[in-house]
Design a binder for this molecule. Sequence first.
Ligand code: NAD
Ligand code: UFG
Length: 331
Amino acid sequence: MNILVTGGAGYIGSHTCIALLEAGHSVIIADNFRNSKPETVEKIMDIAAKEVIFYEIDVTDAEAVNIIFKNYKIDGVIHFAGLKAVGESVQKPLDYYYNNIVSTIVLTKACQKYGVNRFVFSSSATVYGDNTVPFVETMDLLPTTNPYGETKAISERILTDIAKADPSFSISLLRYFNPVGAHESGLIGEAPNGIPNNLMPYIAQVAKGKLERLRVFGNDYSTVDGTGVRDYIHVVDLAEGHVAALENLTEGVHVYNLGTGKGSSVLELVKAFEKANDIEVPYEIVDRRPGDIASCFADASKAKQELGWIAKRDLITMCRDAWRFEKNYKE
Ligand code: NAD
Ligand code: UFG
């Protein structure tokens, strides 16, 4: 299939482009490099030893998006392009609502216009709010605590309504848990701008000596050791989940958790990183981070049953691959 991958130069998008190419699909990337670099497109082609087509466009720009649909016979869209920094979304809500929601509307309108009915959307476990773990797709969604989370919940509702009104649409809403790690080549991975918000890149930068020590946000949650529990999933497993979702699309809207089904605490991740890489990660316990929940992990059985997909890579592999990338990465 010819797949339009929006945000294909980003962290999850780049790994998914490789998985798509390896599965025999053709890839057209649309990205404006707001949070990525053009070199990543080159690296995707190097790793997969295949060409991709690339458009530097903003996917909120309907005219630019329509040109791609006019020029190529698109069979499906995977829509990663979006802004994702929770804290920034509180400071710049309009930027987040506009970018993340208008892009979804522009792309689905182009799909309708050009008769493209396969659509895979990057959603997030954040839409579950503070539900009881494990999170199951059938749960009622609870309010999220920030505009970023709202953009995912609203996009899910828009796509659900579109699929209801137009039964020819096949839409998959993928709720990611906590993607970490990097491609085993060490060539692509997560390279956040500035000080990382997320745990794994923060740990990796402490290990590198770029940051002094990890600040563990609270050790008084009701979890195994008091620190927050999350479902860390290797980004390559996540990428393979997209190929499975795309290849198993059926009419209507379908929601899948993409996680491992297993939660790990902050301190368990620190220990795994130290063990995997034989390196020390100094840390201190500080106050809880506002908006955090105690535990977030998936019931991953629906994706296994319906897509034949499971996450295969363990925590040690995630830590090893994250470190290999960080060690080699030059700003
Ligand atoms: P990322 O920032 O690395 O990738 C997003 C890409 O989209 C970037 O290359 C950016 O330049 C591009 N982009 C943003 N707005 C654009 C626009 N208007 N037009 C064209 N390109 C645009 O982020 P990621 O971690 O790869 O996340 C991909 C998707 O998955 C996002 O929608 C994100 O919200 C979602 N998600 C991520 C996580 C996570 O922890 N990484 C968790 C759940 C959901
Ligand atoms: N944490 C620390 N210190 C840090 C960073 C994080 O202790 O410096 C802790 C957090 O308190 C939390 C855990 O590590 O307990 C994971 O935090 P992350 O920031 O890495 O991830 P979150 O679970 O908060 O959020 C991530 C993405 C969201 C997405 C969500 C889906 O950032 O965009 O996963 O589950 F919605």
